[in-house]
Design a protein around this ligand. Structure first.
Ligand code: UN1
Length: 504
């Protein structure tokens, strides 16, 4: 199973700083990459020093000056080749994710597919970085806007999407003319190194170095340096709300930009007219998929009281059928949590829920086997319970009953987070109410689809404590560029705007 490590060029000890090429020499200690299915060590990574961080960012800043001059469609052509390189390595990279973060095989490969998709999207985008043109109020004047590359983009990623979330940022940043320095989670360093090497090989073949850099290091050293670095005009960060609050305030002090994708507390509303076959499947994948470790995971189920007696037992039965096992084993639907801390958070949340009046309907315990396995869990809850307002990165679904759609929408919106949301209904009126400005307050709102598994073509992100950023599709590329408004006078007079006369 572990031959993928060799095939992807990973050794037992791996350098943690890359400015295109590996930066060897001094290091700030090392960390182990640990297989969460049995807590054995997959390999170790030498952590980057501040000096190495300096080198990576200087390389990225140097490369930016040249990369931005390459026409965007030519940058897109290189990104197209990266998409092909990821295609060629999809099976191995997906398996590496299974080993390093515990995703089941289909989800590991699904994540790499997201990276391939965003590469394809970015290739098209490279010919479409459109600005508007406006009618000037002055005669013989032309006014328009253009989008220029921004500079070095810092990308901070979480363990749970150790490949695709980088790609959402890096592929788009690359066609926009930016260079990228990536600081991945210390819980998924090997996936980052393998991904970097695959894309770097493409850049090198095309004669480029320093366009993508990788710094695997401690938050307190290289992380803080990145936040305070005036050479990095944009920091795009995925992680907890606590982390995002820090990133946002530090970067704002230097008037840098942030793109934040933070915690979610996503709910599915099920109306009495819903197709329950769809609902059961959507809720199960949403809550149990990735062992509840997606930011888009379904954490709350709001079910109309009239159908709760039918839907909830069906979910309990489905939960019992979800096979827990090694992520690469055929038939496994639930792999391990990332580490022992995650298991402790799961147990803490379950205990809190019970103490606050919740009732466990299925699951609730860790699984007695090596590794960090827990049982997918359903807890009957009520919206007043404090634990239901928090994001616990584990497969726990809180079920609450409601009487009217308005009540359900109010409960759904009454949490600090605002990432994803769904309604299952066959009523046009209920669906439109949910999607209206008086409905879901989330960045993503779906009908008859679960909360997770968004396509890359749409803008991805959420409101409130989710951070307000939008990544991946639609016009998210604008975050990676700076807008310049240009007004040109092709006349023989100098009229002022607003009708002002000012003659000397
Ligand atoms: C995340 O968990 O940080 O919509 C990203 C989804 C995936 C991305 C999740 N496309 O579930």
């Amino acid at each position: 199973m572990r031959d993928v490590l060799t095939r992807l060029g990973l050794g037992t000890t791996n350098p943690g700083a890359w400015a295109g090429h590996a930066l060897s020499g001094a290091h700030d200690g090392s960390i182990d990459s640990v297989d969460p299915s049995d807590n054995s060590v997959l390999g170790s990574v030498q952590l980057a020093t501040l000096d190495q961080y300096e080198n990576v960012v200087s390389e990225a800043a140097r490369a930016f000056k040249e990369w931005r001059m390459l026409p965007a469609p030519h940058r897109g052509e290189i990104v197209r080749q990266m998409g092909d390189a990821l295609r060629a390595n999809k099976v191995d990279l997906g398996a590496l994710e299974s080993l390093e973060v515990g995703k089941i095989r289909a989800e590991g490969q699904g994540e790499v597919q997201e990276s391939i998709d965003i590469a394809d999207f970015s290739v098209g985008l490279s010919r479409q970085l459109y600005g508007l043109s406006m009618h000037s109020e002055r005669a013989r004047h032309r006014m328009y806007e253009q989008w220029h590359p921004l500079g070095v983009v810092g990308v901070i990623t979480a363990f749970n999407f150790p490949n695709a979330v980088w790609a959402w940022n890096a592929m788009i940043a690359a066609v926009c003319g930016d260079t990228v320095v990536w600081k991945p989670s210390l819980k998924a360093p090997l996936t980052a190194i393998a991904t970097h090497k695959i894309c770097q090989a493409v850049l090198e073949k095309n004669g480029w170095n320093g366009v993508f850099g990788l710094v695997i290091g401690r938050d307190a050293t290289v992380g803080e340096a990145m936040l305070r670095d005036p050479r990095i005009p944009l920091v795009s960060a995925t992680g907890s709300t606590r982390m995002g609050r820090h990133v946002g305030s530090v970067v704002a002090q230097r008037f840098g930009r942030t793109l934040l994708e933070l915690g979610g507390n996503n709910a599915i509303i099920v109306e009495p007219d819903a197709d329950l076959n769809l609902a059961v499947r959507g809720i199960t994948f949403g809550a149990v998929g990735t062992a509840g470790q997606r930011c888009t995971t379904t954490r709350r189920l709001l079910v109309n009281r009239r159908i709760a007696g039918e839907l909830v037992p069906r979910l309990v039965a489905a939960w019992k059928q979800c096979r827990i096992g090694h992520p690469l084993e055929e038939g496994t639907l639930v792999g391990p949590l990332i580490d022992a801390d995650a298991v402790a958070s799961f147990e803490h949340a379950v205990a809190e829920a019970v103490a606050q009046g919740g009732e466990i309907l299925v699951g609730g315990r860790r699984v007695q086997r090596p590794g960090n396995y827990v049982e997918p869990t359903i807890i009957r809850a009520n919206p007043g319970m404090a634990v239901c307002r928090e994001e616990t990165f584990a497969p726990i679904l809180y079920v609450m009953e409601y009487d009217t759609l308005q009540e359900a929408i109010d409960i759904q919106n009454d949490v600090p987070q605002g990432l994803s949301s769904s309604i299952f209904t066959d009523s046009f009126r209920s669906a439109e109410t949910f999607l209206s400005h008086a409905g879901s307050d989330c960045g993503i709102a779906n009908v008859n689809i679960g909360t997770s598994g968004a396509e890359i073509g749409g803008a991805f992100g959420g409101e409130k404590e989710t951070g307000g950023g939008r990544e991946s599709g639609s016009d998210s590329w604008k975050a990676y560029m700076r807008r310049q408004t240009n007004t040109l006078n092709w006349g023989t007079d100098l009229p002022m705007a607003q009708g002002i006369t000012f003659t000397v």
